[in-house]
Design a protein around this ligand. Structure first.
Ligand SMILES: Nc1nc2c(ncn2[C@@H]2O[C@H](COP(=O)(O)OP(=O)(O)OP(=O)(O)O)[C@@H](O)[C@H]2O)c(=O)[nH]1
Ligand SMILES: O=C([O-])CC(=O)C(=O)O
Ligand SMILES: [Mn+2]
Length: 613
């Protein structure tokens, strides 16, 4: 109360820094509904960020890391019940239930609005309401995709500042264009009574992550965690954007983008869709173990794609930061990510802390520190039977801290893709790599993509589920219509320039239980085979599901692995595939009449090839 700066904001509410009428009206409507103590228009500046992070340190949400080893970096520890996306509580509220499709939770939008209006009433009492203007993709794109997130979480503001382009420049451009924007409303659902002390990670037991696709709006309640609360990311750039993309003729996908340069100095751009916590960030930042091949990064999680004027498929990354899985990211598996993190300016969530004010997680270093503070604030020693970091602990780091960021990252029109990889986490059945027979067959591969569930979403871990194009939790509309959109969009493209589609599985196990493939930097060997297939120079074996490498066609130079072991890693086992085909049939049956005929035909043809195998 005695703080003169605070007194000033209470007495003289700052004038809104925009004349955008629709935005002003929405902000006022939300202010009246949620009843915050004050309203702050986020400008995105360094000074503002310093004020916010100082405040978060003072309130106990952030622990400032050792500035010598992790400059301008902070650790946050969530409520143990708020550690991942909540798919059960994520809704697509289209007017018509059919539009949401069988993969989404649905509720009537009028009913949902009424419910949320109740929950948001007074939800920001005792807190500050932040207004964050942001753009996904380039501010100078042909048709910039604006959004405004209103949130009562300063953690969300500092994280959004890393993950998206936010602040004054965005707001000015939005105002100048009188542009449409996606209103994205977020509240922790933890109002404070007068004089009530705050907790380090306010949230609510009850969580609702809700999308209104026709209105292109988002309401998120009760969670402070990344995918639920940083609304530019999954909620906008995937769920809402997938609906925009359907209507406007493009694609919003859960994909990384990388640039690959061969020893002959030829460049290729690849994208890859793997479900959450299945290796996108690691592949995007790959450090090749074979000589002469170079990887540069364009994106690690979300890709927007459209067919260009010449019928080529172009891709951009709409994000500005990495929100990466910490465990398993280490100096020996992903040195490029580690170097980016070490530059600082990062927010870590649910990692462990070292005694000298640094961070640690399982897999960061081979040597395990003798003592840590675990993600729940308890003393931790290596003999304990729980992990020090939460399995879905995350680092949030500006993407331009990656040394290997490709210069094309800054191109508003993106890059032309040569290949698309679909991949999942499967212990058995699915070969290390398979080239599809053609584009439609590749879409079939994507549509039947499967993976064992991970800690990135709340719920059981390790259960095999179908995850079309790794978009199961992110399609903003009917899954059958989504697959149809892939098929119809590409029908008009230059067929000769369509990217080649491959299915990969870094996670296959051997009979003795170990990984059948070393993965990480050695995945460059698979990328090399992919490129050589595009160039027509690598051998392959035709199997019922597609083309797999011969034992000799994968470059094993310097690797302690034999061609016979490669053959085992790409083996198509008839018995396993009989089970798989039955499971795919069950999956396709769930689409009902919304399954595209072309994909049913792919399944029928695969069954026939398999029965002759
Ligand atoms: N065995 C093996 N594990 C891998 C490989 N690539 C990634 N992983 C592990 O998979 C986990 C998740 O990897 P990420 O690259 O962060 O996954 P992601 O797809 O970017 O995840 P989201 O950010 O949730 O979308 C980490 O624990 C990695 O160590 C690989 O090639 N082989
Ligand atoms: O959205 C999140 O919380 C993290 C993420 O990238 C994913 O789960 O795919
Ligand atoms: Mn992701």
């Amino acid at each position: 109360m005695g703080d003169p700066a605070r007194q000033l904001t209470v007495d003289t509410p700052p004038a809104a820094p925009t004349t955008h009428q629709a935005l002003l009206a929405w902000v006022e409507e939300v202010r009246q509904l949620t009843q915050p103590d004050d309203v702050v228009w986020v400008d995105g500046s360094e000074a503002e960020n310093r004020r916010l992070t100082d405040g978060l340190v003072a309130s106990g949400t952030f622990i400032r890391l050792n500035p010598e080893t992790f400059p301008n970096s902070f650790a946050a520890f969530s409520d143990p019940k708020d550690v991942a996306r909540v798919e059960e509580q994520t809704f697509i509220c289209s007017a018509d239930e059919r539009e949401a499709g069988f993969t989404n939770n649905w509720m009537d939008p009028v009913e949902m609005k009424a419910k949320l209006t109740g929950l948001f009433t007074g939800a920001m009492r005792g807190r500050t309401m932040y207004v964050i203007p942001f753009v996904m993709g380039h501010l100078d794109a042909e048709d910039p995709k604006f959004g405004v997130e209103i949130t009562d979480s300063a953690y969300v503001v500092t994280s959004m500042r890393i993950m998206a382009t936010i602040g004054t420049a965005v707001l000015d451009r939005m105002t100048e264009l009188d542009a449409a924007f996606v209103p994205a409303l977020h509240s922790l659902g933890a109002p404070l009574a007068a004089g009530e002390a705050d907790v380090p990670w306010p949230c609510n037991e009850e969580k609702w992550i809700v999308h209104f696709p026709e209105e292109r709006s988002i309401w998120s309640y009760g969670s402070g965690y990344g995918g639920n609360a940083l609304l530019g990311k999954k909620c906008y750039a995937l769920r809402i954007a997938s609906v925009m993309a359907r209507d406007e003729g493009w694609l919003a996908e859960h994909m990384l983008i990388l640039k690959l340069t061969s020893p002959q100095d030829k460049t290729y751009y690849l994208s890859a869709a793997f479900p959450s916590a299945c290796g996108k960030t690691n592949l995007a930042l790959l450090d090749p173990t074979i000589d002469g091949w170079k990887v540069e990064t364009l994106g690690d999680d979300i890709t927007w794609m459209r067919f260009g004027k010449e019928g080529e498929l172009r891709a951009v990354n709409p994000e500005a930061g990495l929100f990466g899985v910490a465990p398993g990211t280490g100096w020996h598996t992903n040195p490029n990510a580690m170097r980016a993190i070490a530059k600082g300016n990062s927010v870590f969530t649910n990692v462990a802390l070292t005694d000298d004010g640094g961070v640690w997680w399982e897999g960061m270093t081979e040597e395990v520190p003798a003592h840590l503070m675990d993600w729940q604030g308890r003393d931790w020693t290596p003999d304990m039977d729980h992990t020090a970091a939460h399995p879905n602990a995350r680092f949030c780091t500006p993407i331009d801290q990656i040394d290997m960021l490709a210069e094309e990252f800054n191109r508003p029109d993106g890059v032309e893709l040569s290949a698309i990889l679909f991949g999942g986490r499967r212990k058995t059945t699915v070969p290390l790599v398979t080239q599809s027979r053609d584009w439609a067959n590749g879409i079939f591969m994507g549509s039947t993509l499967s993976s064992e569930t991970t800690a990135a979403a709340a719920g059981e871990v390790g259960r095999v589920r179908r995850d079309p194009m790794a978009m199961l939790p992110f399609m903003g509309y009917d899954a059958g219509d989504y697959l149809k959109h892939w098929l119809t969009l590409s029908a008009a493209a230059d067929q000769a320039r369509l990217p080649k589609i491959f299915l990969v599985n870094w996670f296959r196990r051997t009979a003795s239980g170990g990984f059948a493939w070393p993965g990480f930097g050695d995945n460059a060997r698979v990328l090399k085979w992919v490129i050589e297939r595009l160039e027509g120079t690598a051998d392959a074996v035709e199997t019922p599901i597609g083309f797999v490498p011969t034992g000799e066609s994968l470059d094993l130079t310097g690797l302690d692995m034999t061609p016979a072991e490669v053959e085992a890693a790409v083996h198509v086992d008839r018995e396993e595939w009989d089970v798989e085909l039955a499971s795919i049939e069950e999956w396709y049956a769930r689409f009902g009449d919304s399954l595209p005929d072309a994909l049913q035909a792919e399944l029928d043809a695969l069954k026939e090839r398999m029965s002759a195998h």
